[in-house]
Design a protein around this ligand. Structure first.
Ligand SMILES: NC(=O)c1ccc[n+]([C@@H]2O[C@H](COP(=O)([O-])OP(=O)(O)OC[C@H]3O[C@@H](n4cnc5c(N)ncnc54)[C@H](OP(=O)(O)O)[C@@H]3O)[C@@H](O)[C@H]2O)c1
Length: 295
């Protein structure tokens, strides 16, 4: 297998860390993204030690900041000429009260939607340089529970809830991935594919911080607690399987614009609110938000 250059966001914990280790084991050059330098370096050293692969690097950015995402893309390009696989894995569910970043954007949308979209757009020039590049976005089965999108309220000022906003952000990520895949095809860019996945419900740090309200806290903490006794949640290895598959398997070479479940199976995402027009509206609204950082 050709040695790929792979950048994975949120690789300091959970599914991202496990996927990074599995990809390192296959001999690829893996760039661990984290927001905390010490934690990222500790993960890098652990992966080197456990896999014997010394081609592990780190890159630091707080994905709550679009300015930081831009800086990270510039740093990546100062170190690497091409990118073979971009895995937008970092993501989270937030608390019961709407919160904004220091740039004034709602946090769920920033981490789960705007940051991965901006990073992808900023790295497109190095992805295109790869003989065969893959973009993998991490969504969730929770997108199926999303309420009707409101494109005039991307910042969730009118309607915010912890799980509702998370579900909506993961639905948006699917639509944006489909849109990107179609756009690449239309532009005649055949060497870059974009797919989106659901890792399954697995035991990670996901949903363990933030006060999401009594009942949702109970669901997340209860599931995690129970998992230590009986198998309520899968292990992160299972959660990383589809990511690793989409990153390197020959079976998905050339496949683009598809949604894959946690068993590496192509699935139809929820289409209750879907239309080409809505997809375009979402794309245009997100582009308006990230455009200051694209210059
Ligand atoms: N676990 C599940 O059951 C499940 C189910 C469906 C979908 N997912 C999706 O799978 C992906 C990975 O989740 P996980 O379960 O592995 O969660 P996790 O254990 O909480 O790991 C999340 C990773 O993202 C990083 N991250 C969070 N906020 C960040 C920020 N502002 N800037 C930079 N990095 C940030 C974390 O960094 P730190 O190490 O610094 O905290 C960590 O590396 C997410 O997109 C999630 O929505 C998970």
């Amino acid at each position: 297998m050709m040695q790929k250059i792979i950048l994975i966001t949120g690789a300091t914990d959970g599914i991202g860390k496990v996927a990074a280790k599995a990809l390192a084991k296959q001999g690829h050059k893996v760039i661990i993204h984290g927001r905390n330098k010490e934690k990222a370096q500790a993960v890098r050293d652990e992966i080197k030690r456990e896999t014997g692969n010394n081609k592990i690097d780190t890159i630091i950015a707080d994905l709550f900041s679009l300015a930081d995402v831009k800086k990270m893309s510039e740093e990546f390009k100062s170190r690497y000429e091409r990118l073979d696989v971009l895995i937008n894995n970092a993501g989270a569910i937030f608390g019961k009260n709407r919160e904004t970043t220091k740039e004034g954007l709602e946090k769920t949308m920033t981490l789960n939607v705007f940051s991965p979209l901006l990073l992808t757009e900023l790295l497109m020039d190095v992805l295109v340089k790869s003989p065969s590049a893959r973009i993998i976005n991490t969504s969730s089965a929770m997108h199926r529970r999303s309420a009707k999108p409101d494109f005039s309220d991307l910042q969730l000022e009118k309607r915010y809830s912890s799980s509702g906003s998370y579900a909506l952000s993961k639905l948006y990520l699917i639509w944006l991935t489909q849109h990107l895949a179609a756009q690449l095809k239309k532009q005649g860019i055949r060497n870059v594919t974009a797919n989106v996945s659901h890792p399954g419900a697995v035991a990670t740090q996901f949903g363990q911080s933030n006060d999401k309200g009594f009942f949702i806290n109970l669901v997340f903490k209860g599931a995690m607690g129970l998992s230590r006794i009986i198998r309520v949640l899968g292990d992160p290895e299972k959660g990383a399987a589809t990511t690793v598959y989409l990153a390197t398997s020959q079976q998905v070479e050339g496949v683009s614009g598809k949604f894959f479940d946690h068993k590496m199976k192509e699935e139809k995402p929820q289409d209750k609110h879907y239309s080409k027009e809505n997809e375009q509206k979402l794309w245009d609204s997100c582009m308006r938000i990230i455009s200051p950082y694209l210059k």
